[in-house]
Design a protein. Structure first.
Length: 410
């Protein structure tokens, strides 16, 4: 659709997908024309992911689960939600109040959390869901309508963050990675911003231009924070110490929206904890010289690739989270970084092994063990995904971070 090249490893588009994709592609072309032939990548993402009626998250399509484009941890196994619920329970014991979930997917996490909190006798006053996708909101409503009345009546959908701060827990599972982000490229001793243009044949193509002052300043802040020691093989290119330790041709991403997004979470949290669960790294790992192609990933019908200009409006596009930036934003928002660890460490600390031991049958035990391996193993989700806790007015050590503390790496 955006290239004459056949993408042999991706499934072909269905007729309705091709029709919708053509509408999105024309909208992108129009936006590029309006911006004098070049569109910043984060603006491209705002269009293809969030434009009303066109964007991936706002148009109706099966995005999550076995029939969608990708599978999240709550969809993979109810074990994940049970562990998250036990962390919520610890906070609610002290704060009471509500749970607010951002981007609740199919409602799988909400269902697991509510069921487990009910078992623990710690149901929140409300379980708020803030969802930008009308399609996903409908799927959530259908799924959560099956819960017992004591649980489902606590669920309320919101169109914006609460005007008054809540006490309790904010959950954001795989939300920060979907915020629009910028792409940058190091070329000799210059910083370029990667955007989108249109070729003479009408195909969307990468297009670079000199970065503006705000982007140069943010890149400079990153390089300043990447102080020695680095491996000796990562010595600065001769004549360009300001861009050390990156070689020419290095490309990556940064998310200017992360700070205002966390500031908004801080404004929505009175007393309690916000749990951010996402694939990501500390800044030193994220911007390591050997990670020279960045972290951008696209997902289309369970296939991962790195071609964001393909199938605009029909595929998920994301980048890993710089958790150091998240921590800096939290401190700026007067939140405390109360924990940071791998997903595996968090799940082990919140009782996933006890859930496995409680299996009633050999068949159930085998199924849950298989699910747990995908959640825990380093080569699966166990170390790729991180969990960060941001708190306000809550000084009790959080259970989920009892086994591992990676805050010193931020």
């Amino acid at each position: 659709m955006t290239s004459a090249e056949v993408v042999s490893n991706l499934p072909p588009l269905q007729p309705d997908e091709a029709k919708h994709g053509a509408l999105v592609l024309q909208a992108v072309r129009d936006a590029i024309a309006t911006h004098q032939g070049w569109l910043a990548f984060d603006d491209y993402l705002r269009l293809v992911l969030y434009a009303p009626g066109l964007g991936y998250y706002s148009a109706g399509s099966a995005k999550i689960g076995s029939g969608g484009d990708f599978v999240t941890a709550p969809e993979l196994s109810g074990l994940f939600g049970r562990c998250v619920a036990r962390q919520c329970a610890q906070v609610l014991q002290h704060t009471g109040g509500d749970v607010l979930e951002l981007g609740a997917g199919t409602g799988a996490l909400a269902a697991s959390v509510l069921t487990t909190l009910h078992e623990l006798g710690l149901l929140p006053d409300h379980y708020y869901i803030l969802e930008v996708s009308a399609d996903l909101r409908q799927r959530q409503q259908q799924r959560l309508a099956l819960l017992p009345a004591a649980q489902r009546t606590r669920v309320q959908w919101l169109d914006a963050l609460p005007a008054a701060p809540i006490h309790g827990v904010i959950l954001a599972n795989e939300v920060a990675d979907a915020l629009p982000f910028k792409r940058f490229l190091i070329a000799s001793d210059a910083v370029l911003e990667r955007g989108v243009s249109v070729s003479a044949q009408g195909v969307l193509v990468d297009a670079d231009r000199p970065a503006d002052a705000p982007l140069r300043a943010q890149v400079a802040q990153i390089t300043e924070s990447l102080a020695p020691p680095w491996p000796s093989s990562s010595a600065a290119p001769s004549g360009s110490p300001a861009l050390w330790p990156w070689p020419s041709g290095y490309q990556s991403e940064l998310c200017p929206m992360l700070q205002p997004w966390i500031a908004a979470l801080g404004a929505a949290l009175g007393r309690g904890a916000a749990l951010l669960i996402d694939y990501g790294l500390s800044r030193r790992e994220y911007y390591h010289p050997q990670r020279s192609s960045g972290t951008l990933r696209c997902h289309f019908r369970q296939h991962a690739h790195e071609r964001p200009l393909l199938y605009p409006g029909l595929q998920d596009i994301s980048a890993w989270v710089d958790f150091t930036r998240a921590a800096e934003a939290a401190l700026h928002a007067t939140l405390q970084v109360a924990g940071y660890c791998t997903q595996a460490a968090f799940l082990l600390a919140t009782g996933i092994e006890a859930d496995l031991a409680a299996s009633n049958t050999t068949l159930q035990r085998a199924r849950l063990a298989s699910e747990a391996r995908q959640l825990l193993l380093p080569e699966a989700m166990g170390e790729t995904f991180k969990v960060m806790a941001l708190t306000r007015g809550f000084d009790t050590a959080l259970r989920g971070f009892a086994y591992q503390d990676l805050r010193s790496s931020l």
